[in-house]
Structures are given as structure tokens and as C-alpha cells.
Write a protein that binds this ligand. Structure first.
Ligand SMILES: Cc1cc2nc3c(=O)[nH]c(=O)nc-3n(C[C@H](O)[C@H](O)[C@H](O)COP(=O)(O)O)c2cc1C
Length: 303
């Protein structure tokens, strides 16, 4: 038996580590670096309704305890993805397709196109803080999030539907419950935490978009808390994301309630083989602590 094997919404993963959306891009060539680096599944950068350049540089800066980015959802638009899908289909590990939109209708349109290409799972990004008009607004309010899920669920057919939530609301567990009631098959938590950095000599924000999303080690306690609360509120599986850099981090996130873990910024800190490193560290920890299957860790920190 493979001690790290898990099933996420019926999708079999060789291990619970998943490349988080946006960190390695949208093409099969980029995502393959995570597959080769040991990821159990890979998530595409969020695919949008039309071509979008994203924000002006600088869009990303490494800070002392994490990364701040405001990429602004650069995307070729879903219709320009046709050749890429043929390549994505050849990948050995499951591909999760992340999508975004500025309206419920956008989400429906992109979901309809993507669902026909049969990815292993569709992830609705209703939580991106880095554009003036896209996404985040859907993730703040339970009823608004539910509208997007209901609209997309209809057309996803048999492809499982996950919803990526923002921590920038005090209602994350209520939003998760509303998504579950609207038909979501899984929750992904969390997207980046709203943040900002200022260059004090220039007396200007560091990022051209001024504000951005904070990720990496500093946000792990925020993500663990969100996943813990969501696990207590819903019955669908949770993909825990935020600050996971080591095997110990992954185990902590699973004990909070995650069935699988997303890894984003740590690809920057430890390189694309981070997935192998995290899995090796998980195996070592499990051996030392008497766990024969990673599945028994899920939710272990709950009473
Ligand atoms: C440069 C960068 C780009 C990102 N782009 C996306 C994106 O397109 N869609 C999305 O849902 N999340 C995006 N994210 C958020 C990550 O998927 C992840 O939720 C967040 O970074 C927290 O995980 P981490 O601490 O492991 O990086 C991005 C993060 C970074 C750092």
C-alpha cells in the first residue's frame, strides 16, 4: 500500500501534495515541472473569459516572511487554450483547472468550455484580491458565492467542482457551507491574504498595483485556522493551502482537516522538487510517529 496515496473528491492522488494555482503558470510545459518534482496533482493558473495582460511590473516581491503579489490574473483567455489542452491531457498526474470570471455568466462560460476538456477537477477562483474587478467580491458573502457555484455546478457534469476561498473575510466557514449547499464537491482554502509593502525611501508602494496578496510561511497559521473552521462546518473534502513549505507543515494542515495540501510559494523557496521533499519529510514523520497511512491524519487535531 502507498502510505501517501489519497482520494480527493474521487480523484486518486499518488500523494497529497498539489501544485497551487498560479505559481508555475498555465502551460503543460510549466506544470510538468511540478509533476516531475513529485506533485500528486497540478492546478493551472486561473483561466479567464478573455485575454488579459495582468498588472504592470513590479507584480511580485519577496518579503522577509513571505511573498506579496498582484499579478492581476494574466490569462490568454479560455478560447486560446485549445492547443494547450491537448498537451495538458498528456500529463500523468491529475490536472485541476482553475477558472475565474467577473460575473456569474463569465464563470458559466469558462466552466462550460473547461468542463468539456474533462480536467480531473474544476476550481472556481472566487477569491483573487489582485484586480480591480475580478473575483474577490464573490468570495466575501455566502449567498453571492453560492450563486456562482450553483451556476457552474449545472454545467460541470461529472467533473468535480471545488471552490477556492479568500481568508479576507470573517465569514469563511459560512461561505464554505453556502458553497457546499449550492453543490460544491470540495473547498480549497486559502487564497492569498490582503497585504501591502511600501518603499520608504521612494515613499511609494512597492507593487505597481499598490496592494497585493501575501503568501508563504507567514500565512500558515491563518490558513490552518481557516481549514480547521471549515472542516468543522462542512462534510466535503478540503484542499489546505497557505504557507506549506515542509512535511511538518503539510501534516499540520492535514491534522487541521485537509485531505490534500496545496503548495505555492514554496516552489519559489525550495524549487520544483519541493513536492518530493515534502513527501519524504511526511514519510519520515509518519514512520517516527507510528502512522501507516496519511489518511488517518486528516482532522486528527479535532476533538
Ligand atoms: C505569484 C502567485 C500567483 C498566484 N496566482 C493565482 C491564481 O491565478 N489563481 C489562484 O486561485 N490563486 C493564485 N495564487 C494563490 C496561490 O494558489 C495560493 O493560494 C497562495 O499563494 C497561498 O499558498 P502559498 O502560501 O503556498 O503560496 C497565486 C499565488 C502567487 C504567489
Amino acid at each position: 500500500m502507498n502510505p501517501l496515496g489519497v482520494s480527493f473528491c474521487g480523484v486518486r492522488l499518488r500523494n497529497p501534495t498539489v501544485l497551487a494555482s498560479g505559481v508555475l503558470g498555465i502551460t503543460a510545459a510549466q506544470l510538468k515541472r511540478a509533476e516531475d518534482g513529485g506533485a500528486g496533482a497540478v492546478t493551472t493558473k486561473s483561466i479567464g473569459p478573455e485575454e488579459r495582460a495582468g498588472n504592470r511590473n513590479p507584480t511580485c516581491v519577496a518579503l522577509q516572511h513571505g511573498m506579496l503579489n498582484a499579478m492581476g490574473l494574466p490569462s490568454p483567455g479560455y478560447e486560446a487554450m485549445e492547443a494547450e489542452w491537448r498537451q495538458l491531457k498528456k500529463m500523468k498526474v491529475p490536472v485541476f483547472a482553475s477558472i475565474y470570471g467577473a460575473s456569474v455568466d463569465d464563470f458559466r462560460r469558462v466552466a462550460a468550455y473547461v468542463a468539456e476538456r474533462k480536467p480531473a477537477l474544476i476550481e472556481l477562483n472566487i477569491s483573487c484580491p489582485n484586480t480591480a474587478e475580478h473575483g474577490q467580491v464573490f468570495g466575501f458573502e455566502p449567498s453571492v458565492a453560492a450563486d456562482v457555484v450553483e451556476a457552474a455546478k449545472d454545467i460541470c457534469g461529472k467533473v468535480p467542482l471545488s471552490v477556492k476561498l479568500t481568508p479576507n473575510t470573517y465569514k469563511i466557514a459560512a461561505v464554505a457551507r453556502a458553497c457546499e449547499e449550492a453543490g460544491a464537491d470540495a473547498i480549497c482554502a486559502i487564497n492569498t491574504v490582503a497585504g501591502m509593502a511600501i518603499n520608504i525611501e521612494a515613499r511609494k508602494p512597492v507593487l505597481s498595483f499598490k496592494k497585493g496578496g501575501y503568501s508563504g510561511p507567514a500565512i500558515k497559521p491563518i490558513a490552518v485556522r481557516c481549514v480547521y473552521d471549515i472542516y468543522e462546518t462542512v462534510d466535503i473534502p478540503v484542499l489546505g493551502v497557505g504557507g506549506i513549505t515542509t512535511g511538518r507543515d503539510a501534516i499540520e494542515m492535514m491534522q487541521a482537516g485537509a485531505t490534500a495540501v496545496g503548495i505555492g510559494s514554496a516552489v519559489y523557496y525550495r524549487g520544483p522538487n519541493v513536492f518530493k521533499h515534502v513527501c519524504d519529510e511526511m514519510r519520515d514523520w509518519m514512520r517516527c510517529n507510528g502512522f501507516s497511512s496519511v489518511k488517518s491524519l486528516v482532522g486528527a487535531a479535532h476533538d
